[in-house]
Write a protein that binds this ligand. Structure first.
Ligand SMILES: *[C@@H]1O[C@H](CO)[C@@H](O)[C@H](O)[C@H]1NC(C)=O
Ligand SMILES: *[C@@H]1O[C@H](CO)[C@@H](O)[C@H](O)[C@H]1NC(C)=O
Ligand SMILES: *[C@@H]1O[C@H](CO)[C@@H](O)[C@H](O)[C@H]1NC(C)=O
Ligand SMILES: *[C@@H]1O[C@H](CO)[C@@H](O)[C@H](O)[C@H]1NC(C)=O
Ligand SMILES: *[C@@H]1O[C@H](CO)[C@@H](O)[C@H](O)[C@H]1NC(C)=O
Length: 593
């Protein structure tokens, strides 16, 4: 009996000591010796802009929770890329021979061993609840901060956005995984990367009240909808406001029958971070501008009709205005749990959806440099999967011109616009004298992460040659050049909360182009051709063979808030407006050849 009690006391004592030990170790977060672990994304502490974010302690690491997303390594990635280039090259015998969702899924699906290794690692760490996506490409789990810190050997903080007060649990420590897992994981979401909280599209490109744009009269006559904010009206320089009709006219969208839509056609916008859409605003917009009254066909994810966002109003109103009759989806992510990375949610949602629309318009972006290469590479794989299925991904090129950095020693290319597997859309302005010029905010330049793809080698080289060495220390001469194409990015009228307002930003030009691509898809499908998929190779080829398919913009400079010169527009491709503004009726002809 005594021995037993002694034994119990000894065991209790050992437990106590080991508990103390545990705590000590936990503070250091080194449960596995660091030499047995490997960095996945970053190897240095993450730089955080302290002007934008405040770093707080987390009050209770045991109750605070974080969702982790593990991007599992997929197979046959080189073959996937080769395949994408071939099916997207109009000069290749395999052009347009896309694979189905199931085929792509089976082709690149991670090895069972990869999925099992990650699952077993989680289970071994007491994480029993997680979800493997249908395609096996992502695993998601929600754990306490304490658990995440131990698992990844990092320390989390509470990052508070100074302006919006939104807060996120993130770590500035580069995370590691046990060495034997390294080959199975592309990246882990929910650790280092903070979601982008970019300023929303600029509201109100102002106008001189004495020099009202030619569209204003008709807008003012409208009785159904309250007029513009007169104060905003009074400030700008007389550039005209743009309605859907005017935009179509400017781009010569005339001869296309938009009333006979092929059943297989479809398009989507992405909606992030509680930016919802209002069906009422959409309907009133369509009535006000004499458009066909179409409804959104499918809302994937949450929506709050009465709580709309400006960005989403813009995206949905213009993609549908350009492509009436085309079944349109809103793919909504984020907004459910505060603190998630909405872009990642979007990717994960899409990766397992077998019935994706053909064209996706996304107005989202970040500095390339703020994101690790293993993350951008993995997202590129997802883009390649869409391209392999004949889907088109359209991104706005960003609203910060060349992206002047604080040190004024280099430009910051924007991503995902810098991906070779998306169509990047820049911005132009219609001036009061009738000219169309590059917008100073139009995101553009050359990627530091992605090399120049074959489809634009001649165009980028000519531009760089023309620079005669100027700005050469500011950009990467071997990088992918963007944007590819442009549309209007200032003075675009939307209807928001029952009020008409002008909006600026490449957030406007992207859905305009996306809608026009749906019209091209429509014509192609009706002709028995395949959808355009990754459009870029065909687009550059058409620009070469039929230059009148574009209005080449040769004026403007994207030096927005820049300490030095930006890139200047010139004839031919340039990193302000890309190939220019589509001359649509001409362009569409060559897309059907
Ligand atoms: C495209 O293919 C044709 C024949 O199939 C060939 O003559 C032409 O040179 C090719 N063009 C390019 C740019 O590869
Ligand atoms: C489509 O447009 C054509 C020509 O404008 C017209 O004749 C036809 O009736 C329209 N079809 C539908 C379904 O609206
Ligand atoms: C320039 O771009 C290439 C990819 O095209 C990349 O390998 C290289 O690291 C980049 N250079 C810099 C300084 O970022
Ligand atoms: C580069 O030199 C050519 C030939 O002298 C000239 O036409 C061109 O304008 C120059 N480019 C720039 C950006 O000044
Ligand atoms: C539209 O067509 C007119 C007349 O041919 C032309 O002057 C104008 O440049 C075209 N617009 C675009 C964007 O190409």
């Amino acid at each position: 009996m005594k021995i037993k009690i002694n034994l119990i006391i000894i065991i209790l004592f050992i437990l106590l000591i080991s508990n103390v030990n545990c705590k000590k170790i936990k503070n250091k977060k080194h449960l596995t010796p660091q030499r047995l672990r490997k960095f996945v994304e970053h190897s240095k502490p993450i730089a955080l802009n302290k002007k934008v974010w405040k770093i707080n302690e987390i009050e209770n690491v045991f109750s605070a929770q974080i969702e982790l997303t593990f991007g599992i390594k997929q197979r046959n990635l080189e073959e996937l890329e080769d395949f994408v280039w071939r099916v997207s090259d109009p000069n290749d015998s395999m052009y347009g021979n896309y694979k189905t969702f199931q085929e792509v899924k089976q082709w690149v699906k991670p090895l069972d061993e990869s999925i099992e290794s990650v699952k077993n690692w989680l289970i071994g760490n007491g994480i029993l609840e997680f979800k493997v996506t249908d395609s096996g490409d992502f695993i998601r789990t929600t754990v306490s901060i304490d658990k995440a810190e131990t698992l990844l050997s990092v320390r989390y903080n509470k990052m508070v956005h100074r302006l919006t007060k939104q807060s996120f649990f993130r770590s500035l420590d580069p995370y590691t995984v046990p060495r034997e897992l390294y080959d199975h994981i592309d990246f882990i979401g929910g650790v280092n990367h903070l979601p982008l909280l970019a300023p929303r599209p600029k509201e109100g490109s102002v106008i001189d009240s004495n020099d009202v744009g030619y569209e204003m009269d008709s807008l003012k006559r409208n009785k159904h909808i309250k007029s513009f904010n007169e104060k905003k009206l009074a400030a700008r320089n007389g550039d005209p406001y743009l309605s859907p009709d005017l935009i179509r006219k400017e781009m010569n969208v005339t001869q296309i029958s938009t009333n006979s839509t092929h059943l297989g056609n479809s398009q989507a916008i992405a909606q992030f971070l509680k930016e919802y859409f209002s069906p009422t605003d959409l309907r009133n917009f369509q009535i006000r501008f004499g458009l066909k009254q179409d409804q959104v066909e499918n809302v994937v994810g949450p929506n709050q009709n009465l709580n709309p966002g400006i960005e989403t109003a813009l995206d949905i109103q213009y993609i549908m205005a350009m492509a009436p009759n085309v079944p349109t989806w809103v793919v909504s992510t984020g907004g459910l749990h505060e603190g998630q990375e909405p872009f990642l949610d979007w990717l994960v949602d899409l990766s397992s959806n077998p019935n994706l629309p053909l064209v996706h318009s996304i107005s989202y972006g970040d500095d390339e440099s703020s994101i690790g290469v293993s993350y951008t590479d993995r997202v590129d794989t997802e883009f390649k999967k869409y391209a392999a299925m004949g889907k088109t991904i359209v991104f706005s090129s960003g609203d910060f011109g060349v992206g002047c950095n604080d040190a004024c020693d280099s430009f910051s290319p924007g991503w995902p616009a810098s991906s070779r597997f998306v169509l990047a859309v820049g911005g132009v302005i219609k001036k009061k004298d009738g000219s169309i010029v590059g917008d100073e905010i139009s995101g553009g330049g050359f990627s530091n992460y992605f090399s120049r793809p074959w489809y634009q080698v001649d165009e980028c080289s000519s531009y760089i040659e023309w620079l005669n060495g100027s700005l050469s220390s500011f950009y990467n001469q071997s990088g992918r050049g963007y944007p590819d194409i442009s549309s209007f990015s200032e003075n675009v009228i939307i209807l928001y909360k029952d009020r008409l307002m002008p909006i600026g930003g490449t957030s406007a030009s992207a859905p305009i182009i996306a809608g026009l691509l749906s019209l091209i898809n429509d014509q192609r499908l009706q002709n028995g051709q395949n959808p355009i998929g990754l459009f870029n190779p065909l687009l550059y080829k058409i620009a070469r063979d039929h230059p009148n398919s574009f209005l080449d913009i040769d004026f403007g400079e994207n030096n927005y808030k820049c300490c030095t010169n930006g890139f200047k527009s010139k004839n031919g491709w340039d990193p302000v407006t890309g190939l220019g503004l589509p001359n649509f009726d001409e362009l569409v002809k060559h897309c059907l050849e």
